[in-house]
Structures are given as structure tokens and as C-alpha cells.
Design a protein around this ligand. Structure first.
Ligand code: ATP
Ligand code: MG
Length: 180
């Protein structure tokens, strides 16, 4: 017999998917799917490290009118110039901040957000207050390896995804519909 589980009182969560295993971004997309089922307004903002790639989720999102926004379009993250990386990270963070402060969303996903923090392009002290002072109903999801301690500290839910096997180790290259 089907039974609907009663939700708890609404409380915006900070959710972190970290670790070296595969599934951080795809699990975030799964959350987005679940949230959209509840008519939540959602957006995924993607910090990308190299030039823009098209993934399956972008194609479906466009068809369905779901917002997945790759940031830093047309720029290279791998510049030799740290100042340029910092400027780009700042431009990307400004878009995230704007989305968080807009009160337009129920769930915001900052995909691969740990990297600009890890590489020191973005100051963690600039980020933490924005997360802490967000709308108390807003669910914020952060993905990426090596989540900084300060983020883990303020998070409500942290999953550390580990590698047991990855086909890449056996020379199997990225698969359509699985990785892209
Ligand atoms: P996905 O987007 O598939 O959920 P992810 O977000 O957990 O992956 P990322 O670190 O963002 O992982 O890496 C994305 C890409 O790198 C994916 O194509 C994924 O299969 C690949 N990848 C992830 N973990 C590993 C690993 N341990 N070894 C080799 N490749 C990996
Ligand atoms: Mg990822």
C-alpha cells in the first residue's frame, strides 16, 4: 500500500556532495529532479574548469525549460594568470550571489563550487556570510572534490562519495549518457 510520508517543517539545508568518486553532479541533478516534482524553483550554476562542453542534462534542461547555467562561458579556467582566474571566479560568484539573494529559488545548486575555493580564486570569507544569511527556506547544494572545512562546518548534510571502481582505470573512455 502506498503511503505519503509527511514532510517536516521546511528548513533550507546546505547539502554537500564531495569526495573522489563519481556521482556528485549526477546526484545533484537527481535532487533537482525531485525538487522540480514538488514545483520548487531550481537553478544549477556550474563552475566549469575548461571550455564549454554540452552534457545530456543541458539538452534535456533546455527542452523542459529548466535552468542549468554554465558559468564562465567563453573563458578558460586554465589561464596562467591567477589574477585573471580570480576575476573570472568573482564574476561567476556574483551570479551565484545574485541568485541566492534574489529569493526566486527554492533550491540552488552550485556545481563544482569547491574548486575556485580550493585554488584560492575565491575568498571563503566572502562566501560563508552569503550562505549563512540566505533565505532560511532555501536549499543550497554544493558539489566538488575537497570541500573546504568551513563549508562542511556550516553544512547540514555532507556526503563523501568514494571510488571503489571507475572504468577510466581500465582505459574505458567517457560514455555518452553516463558521463556526458
Ligand atoms: P558526475 O558528473 O558523473 O556525477 P562527479 O561530479 O562526481 O561526476 P567530477 O569530479 O565532477 O565527478 O568529474 C566529472 C567527470 O569525471 C565524470 O565524467 C566522471 O565519470 C569522471 N570521474 C569522476 N570520478 C572519477 C574517478 N575517480 N576516476 C576517473 N574519472 C572520474
Ligand atoms: Mg561534477
Amino acid at each position: 500500500m502506498e503511503r505519503e510520508i509527511k514532510p517536516g517543517p521546511r528548513k533550507g539545508l546546505v547539502i554537500v556532495h564531495t569526495g573522489n568518486g563519481k556521482g556528485k553532479t549526477t546526484a545533484a541533478i537527481g535532487l533537482m529532479f525531485r525538487a522540480l516534482g514538488r514545483d520548487f524553483k531550481t537553478i544549477m550554476l556550474q563552475f566549469i574548469k575548461s571550455k564549454k562542453h554540452i552534457y545530456g542534462e543541458h539538452i534535456l534542461a533546455e527542452k523542459l525549460g529548466i535552468e542549468i547555467r554554465p558559468l564562465g562561458d567563453g573563458f578558460s579556467w586554465e589561464s596562467k594568470n591567477i589574477e585573471q582566474d580570480k576575476n573570472l571566479a568573482k564574476l561567476c560568484w556574483d551570479q551565484c550571489k545574485e541568485a541566492i539573494e534574489s529569493k526566486k529559488y527554492d533550491m540552488i545548486i552550485l556545481d563544482e563550487f569547491t574548486y575556485p575555493l580550493k585554488y584560492g580564486w575565491l575568498d571563503i570569507n566572502e562566501v560563508i556570510p552569503v550562505i549563512k544569511n540566505r533565505d532560511p527556506n532555501l536549499h543550497l547544494v554544493i558539489t566538488g572534490r575537497n570541500a573546504p572545512e568551513e563549508i562542511v562546518e556550516i553544512a547540514d548534510l555532507v556526503s563523501d562519495i568514494q571510488v571503489i571502481k571507475h572504468p577510466f582505470k581500465n582505459g574505458v573512455r567517457a560514455q555518452l549518457g553516463v558521463e556526458m
